[in-house]
Design a protein around this ligand. Structure first.
Ligand code: ME8
Length: 509
């Protein structure tokens, strides 16, 4: 079961346009997907949009549009943003698609038949922005504890899911599988939440109609979170293509922002248990990004769109910055100052200059052909060892989604290659005919250093690293695999090396 590596992002509400927050999760999922493909795994990477619910219905009504026309229009912004960011998702699910609504209806029907769903009425608070039911004790100064917006008092007939029946099993699973909910601090919060006692969960609404009708009672539409969580199995044909489902489920990683962890670590596991399905392997809740020290919001007018930054910095630098600057799991603050500094220091200087000076010398001294490796000396052996160590620590960190630490290791290696070029001084060797073999050795190993860097950085900056790979005469980076291609010395002698434009032209600070 689950031979395919399966990674997901949340499905985003279509009432807001993509911004650096939603892009953060999506880029991280893309890095994971690309890294696993590089390792030769078959990958299924899913993202999509959450299109039902009261919030979307209200947004459409404000524009005098039907909800369907409105979501059809806005979904394009998501597709465009992910194209712009080189997101390699294998599918894009929309909860208004038939393939989804059919599965969602079958799922709820199954739970109803097994006695996990019952009719009652809900009287309490509701936050439309977060689409969440809230107890009075959960309110913060009378407002939604998450988004700090006013809440509505609702009283309606609802179907309930017997969440309380699964509380002990969900808790036991979380406690027995410490990797299931990450990072640890967030897991502890989930554990305390469950221990405080779980009430049954309302899973239908009757005060509006924009949702999936319940198959056993058409007066009700499915609660949008119950509907949305099911995207993770509807997209892989649960109930319609059992063979495909078996190969793909359970998900290896559900990536989510910290504010929606409870839905994924409490309600979703209980829903899966009720249907007799295995639980996802890992749920990771990352931190929240602020902008120049403030929460991002439409009313503050400080929402940053990926497209603005991509036009200033380029897509690769965009992806690099967000993965390098913040520790995944911890909150972070975006600022143009830190982005520009990292761009100039780490991309233009450390990496871009290294590539440019190596290629310039191969062009000038060896007419653009990678020379013979020759016999390695102490410096080359040290560099090769450093590469092997870096690969090992890089992989360990990638496996636990410590993207910033993984990149920091690669940058230490980049510094080591820069130092290698400095101490070997190929420009001095080039002045002495008798040192031709030494010059070959230094240029070869410098190219090899670049090749190793491209392999590790590829999941983060696929475009620039693809270009670096091609300029080393290596063909398509998408065909490379680790560990096979990670062994030191994979650079073929005689490869046609091409000197090109700066990969990361310096920016004004
Ligand atoms: O919650 N910093 O959708 P949503 C970091 N439809 N990440 C952020 C962020 C920020 N400032 N803002 C948003 C929903 N995100 C539901 C999900 S899943 C079955 C249904 C990211 O459009 C982060 O991943 O409000 C967060 O969890 C998600 O966008 C919320 O997106």
């Amino acid at each position: 079961m689950g031979d395919i590596f399966y990674v997901t992002t949340p499905i985003y509400y279509v009432n807001a346009e993509p911004h650096i927050g939603t892009a953060y999760t999506t880029v991280a999922a893309d890095v994971i997907a690309r890294y696993q493909r590089l390792k030769g795994r078959e990958v299924f990477f899913l993202t999509g949009t959450d299109e039902h619910g009261q919030k979307v219905a209200l947004a459409a009504a404000e524009r005098n549009e039907s909800p369907q026309a409105w979501v059809d229009r806005v979904v394009a912004h998501y597709r465009d943003a992910w194209d712009l960011l080189d997101i390699s998702n294998d599918d894009f699910i929309r909860t208004t698609q038939n393939r989804h609504t059919r599965v969602a209806q079958e799922f709820i029907q199954k739970l109803q038949e097994s006695g996990d769903v019952y009719l009652s009425s809900y009287e309490g608070w509701y936050c439309v922005h977060d689409e969440s039911f809230l107890l009075s004790s959960q309110l913060a100064d009378g407002q939604c504890p998450e988004c700090r917006r006013p809440v509505d008092w609702v009283k309606e007939e609802n179907y309930f899911f017997r969440l309380s029946r699964y509380a002990d099993r969900v808790l036991a699973h979380i406690e027995e599988n410490p990797d299931f909910v990450q990072p640890e601090g967030r897991r502890n919060e989930v554990v305390s939440f469950i221990k405080a006692g779980l009430a049954d969960q309302s899973i239908s609404r009757t005060s509006f109609t924009w949702g999936i009708p319940l198959p056993f009672d058409q007066r009700h539409v499915m609660y949008v979170w119950f509907d949305a969580l099911l995207n993770y199995i509807s997209a892989i044909d649960y109930g319609t293509d059992p063979a495909r489902f078996e190969r793909t489920w359970p998900a290896d990683w559900h990536l989510v922002g910290k504010e929606i962890l409870r839905f994924h670590a409490v309600i979703w596991p209980a829903m899966l248990m009720a249907a007799g399905l295995p639980l996802p392997r890992h749920v990771f809740a990352h931190g929240w990004l602020t902008v120049e020290g403030r929460k991002m919001s439409k009313s503050l007018g400080n929402v940053v769109k990926p497209s603005e930054l991509v036009s200033e910095y380029g897509v690769d630098a965009y992806r690099y910055y967000f993965m390098r600057e913040f520790s995944f799991g911890v909150d972070g603050n975006f600022s143009r100052r830190t982005m520009t500094r990292r761009y100039n220091d780490e991309l233009a200087n450390d990496l871009g200059n290294l590539e440019s000076r190596v290629q310039t010398m191969v062009d000038k001294y060896r007419a653009g052909r990678a020379p013979e490796p020759r016999t390695p000396g102490a410096e080359e052996n040290t560099l090769a060892e450093k590469a092997a160590e870096t690969f090992a620590s890089f992989e360990a960190k990638m496996e636990r989604l410590a993207f910033n630490d993984a990149l920091s290791d690669v940058w230490e290696f980049i510094h080591a290659v820069n130092r290698y070029v400095d101490v070997s001084a190929p420009w001095a060797l080039a002045r002495d005919e008798a040192k031709a073999a030494d010059l070959d050795r230094v240029l070869y190993n410098s190219c090899e250093g670049l090749r190793q860097i491209a392999l590790m950085v590829a999941p983060f900056m696929p475009r620039a690293m693809g270009e670096m790979w091609r300029r080393l005469g290596l063909g398509e980076l998408a065909d490379a695999r680790i560990p096979a291609d990670a062994a030191w010395g994979g650079m073929p002698a005689g490869a046609e090396c091409v000197r090109g434009q700066a990969l990361f032209p310096r920016l004004q600070e």
